[in-house]
Write a protein that binds this ligand. Structure first.
Ligand code: AMP
Length: 546
């Protein structure tokens, strides 16, 4: 017997319809690429998204075809999120930090029909326009006044003209909720990037999950500023979750330095933000140097790479901003776990609480996880045993775009588990802690050393800006940890001072065999340390212990 409830598909357009009807006056504030601050309401967004849907039709973009964006976080990008996906077109966000050759490859692979881009990327598009195989129209996301007089891009369209010429009369179509909605490529360390194709259903379910109280805990009273870019995993779903709950949205545009972010937080009364640790480093440095405090921000999700404990301590101890350490992947839409305490844990000592907060957290409903050994046998949740982390759930990828051949679902562990490539422990309360990527783990005499643990400890030293730990070849132990340290500007620190940080905090055999000071640590397009590059650079490095 079937239930007798309405069978209404979960569609992205329904978020917009809800937001317009129930929170029509709610504000969306954007720092524009043009430099000024732009404000309008959910009602305005809905009207312009309908125009966009009509405009795409006029440009000849059909159902399920892809349109590319190269854009910062801002209201025009949001109009494309809703105008394209709402009409059944697939929004393909490209990461402008990638190499131009890679961008062209990705747009070709996705068969993008139109490329929308911010003013910042005009030179990039001018240099590459002729190389895109499938792109028929280029649209500059700017006012008419900002349009170049004569551009090398044939038939360049002005975004505002495009909208002005389109009607705002549009009925969002109804279709199967499993229809593709957006596409984001993940750049692995080897081979070509792989496309992750989200659906309307997965996006809406992920938005519900991310808004839950022990997740991001979003409400209509929140002012949400996603620092995490809309060009990477849909800004962790915040553009959807905000409309679901009716929160005010604030977009930082291209200005991601500490001062610009802080000023916007304060001016707009931001209560909630989300970003990767490297961005918060800049913000914290600005706040510390200028003796500032946050007057409205009360919590932030930090993820994308391990959040150094020193950062959690600074946010919570000095500034009263709760850190929600989160973990996820492009393939997971991205949220998997968030570290929110369980009942009674808030009565533990500060040290004990901090030990929990360092972990990546508990699975939110919608994500199931387990750790397995090399044969796929499930490992115990004792907080000590580490193994490869597998996940499954309705917002986790089944197969890559255009790559039906990629072996994906892990058959060692039974049907339907996605191998994350992360190594983790899970404790008896279900708190998961990432110890490494499978590729980054250091195998010393057959035993694993967690590079993340060593980095976290080194980054707790006040003179250290960033630290990366990689495996260096050792004739007896196979691999031993080599710690690369980038000091903060104007600060100095010695090798012995760094090594002293590890005293009593890790087993003696985990101690790095050497510390090398470097001027910079290479970061990838999503702000993660590029350890493969570091391994390459230090390939022939001879440890002093040999
Ligand atoms: P991406 O798909 O580019 O977002 O990268 C996903 C990967 O980032 C994960 O598989 C992890 O290796 C890493 N990652 C994400 N969040 C965290 C975190 N909080 N701590 C450690 N690693 C993380």
């Amino acid at each position: 017997m079937q239930g007798q409830m309405m069978n209404q598909p979960l569609l992205i357009s329904s978020l917009l319809v809800h937001a317009e009807r129930h929170h029509g006056n709610q504000e969306i504030v954007s720092r524009r690429t043009e430099g000024d601050i732009h404000r309008y309401s959910y009602r305005d967004l809905a009207e312009r998204a309908r125009r966009m849907a009509n405009a795409l039709e006029r440009l000849g973009v059909g159902f399920a075809q892809r349109v590319g964006t190269l854009a910062w976080n801002g209201y025009r990008h949001l109009e494309l999120y809703y105008g394209a996906s709402g009409a059944g077109v697939v929004l393909h966000t490209l990461n402008p930090r990638l190499h131009p050759d890679q961008l062209v490859w990705i747009a070709d692979d996705a068969e993008d029909q139109v490329m929308f881009f911010d003013l910042t990327f005009l030179p990039l598009i001018e240099a590459t326009a002729s190389r895109f195989r499938t792109v028929r129209h280029f649209v500059l996301m700017a006012d008419r006044a900002a349009m170049p007089k004569d551009s090398a891009i044939p038939g360049l369209i002005c975004y505002e003209d495009l909208l002005e010429q389109a009607s705002d009369d549009y009925d969002w179509p109804m279709f199967d909720e499993n229809t593709a909605s957006s596409l984001c490529y993940t750049s692995g360390t080897t081979g070509n990037p792989k496309g992750v194709l989200y659906s309307h259903r997965s996006t809406i379910l992920h938005a519900y999950g991310s808004a839950l109280p022990d997740s991001c805990g979003l409400s209509a009273r929140d002012v949400v500023l996603p620092v995490v870019p809309m060009f990477h995993v849909n800004a962790w779903g915040t553009p959807y979750a905000a409309l679901m709950v009716g929160a005010k949205l604030v977009f930082p545009g291209p200005a991601l330095d500490g001062k610009s972010l802080y000023d916007l937080f304060e001016a707009e009364g931001v209560t909630f933000s989300a970003g990767v640790p490297t961005v918060w480093q800049g913000l914290l440095a600005h706040v510390e140097e200028n003796g500032l405090q946050f007057s409205s921000m009360n919590r932030t999700v930090i993820g994308g790479s391990a959040c150094p404990p020193a950062m959690i301590e600074a946010f919570e101890g000095k500034y009263g901003v709760q850190v929600l350490h989160g973990w996820g992947m492009t393939e997971m839409s991205p949220l998997g776990t968030v570290c929110a305490l369980k009942p009674g844990q808030d009565r533990l000592s500060e040290d004990a609480q901090m030990r929990i907060k360092r972990k990546q957290g508990r699975a939110i409903f919608g994500v199931d996880m387990k750790i397995v050994d090399a044969e796929g046998a499930e490992l115990p949740w004792d907080g000590e045993t580490s193994g490869e982390l597998l996940v499954r759930g309705p917002w986790i990828l089944q197969s890559y775009f255009n790559r039906a051949d990629t072996p994906l679902i892990d058959d060692r562990a039974g049907l339907g588990w996605f191998p994350t490539g992360d190594v983790a422990t899970i404790d008896a309360d279900g708190f998961m802690q990432i110890t490494d990527r499978t590729k980054d783990v250091i195998k010393s005499g057959g035993e694993w050393i967690s590079s993340i643990d060593l980095e976290n400890i080194a980054m707790g030293h006040p003179a250290v800006a960033m630290a990366a730990c990689i495996a260096a070849h050792h004739p007896k132990w196979d691999e031993r940890p080599l710690l690369l340290v980038m000091p903060k500007p104007g600060k100095s620190v010695t090798r012995d001072e760094i090594l002293a940080c590890f005293d009593g905090r890790v087993p003696r055999w985990w101690l790095p065999d050497d510390v090398v000071f470097v001027d910079s640590i290479p970061l990838g397009a999503t702000g993660k340390m590029q350890k493969n590059k570091l391994r390459e650079t230090f390939r022939g490095y001879r440890l002093p212990t040999i």
